[in-house]
Design a protein around this ligand. Structure first.
Ligand code: ZN
Ligand code: ZN
Length: 145
């Protein structure tokens, strides 16, 4: 591939370009397929036909959008979807809130103090997952169903 930032040819698909230090797919100046120069507004490389629009190739997570959506919908209270997409830190927070909430909800509804915020949080994640705006732990959009 070619670095999208500096246009240098790179072997394989490295995370960081050895020539300019940028993430090769984050640039907009060159086509990753043939090295032809592109502009930030170019969607398709006119030389080789590769898609070079923002958010294409490299910025899409291999994780399943369907799985993220279902996990957020059914097990969102326990952060299951966040474990799945690799955001373990916030997943643990949700899990703890969910468990504490469920364990104390019968004590004068005390657990609702934990359950309501985590439910809203899970619901927002669920919406993001459905519309394909959720990102995984590498910041890649989860768009593949
Ligand atoms: Zn570079
Ligand atoms: Zn090209």
């Amino acid at each position: 591939m070619f670095c999208r930032n500096c246009g240098k040819e790179l072997s394989g698909s490295p995370e960081i370009c050895m020539n300019c230090g940028a993430k090769p797919m984050r640039g907009t100046g060159f086509c990753p397929g043939c090295g032809a120069s592109t502009t930030p507004l170019t969607e398709i490389c006119v030389k080789c036909g590769a898609g070079v629009g923002k958010g294409l190739a490299g910025d899409i997570s291999p994780k399943s959008r369907l799985a993220a959506t279902l996990l957020a919908g059914f097990l969102g209270l326990f952060g299951a979807h966040r474990f799945y997409i690799g955001k373990t830190g916030t997943a643990v927070v949700m899990l703890l809130l969910g468990i504490v909430g469920c364990a104390t909800v019968w004590v004068f509804g005390l657990g609702l103090v934990f359950l309501i915020p985590v439910w809203i949080w899970a619901f927002v994640d669920f919406i993001f997952a459905i519309i394909g705006r959720m990102t995984d732990n590498e910041g890649k959009l989860i768009q593949k169903w």
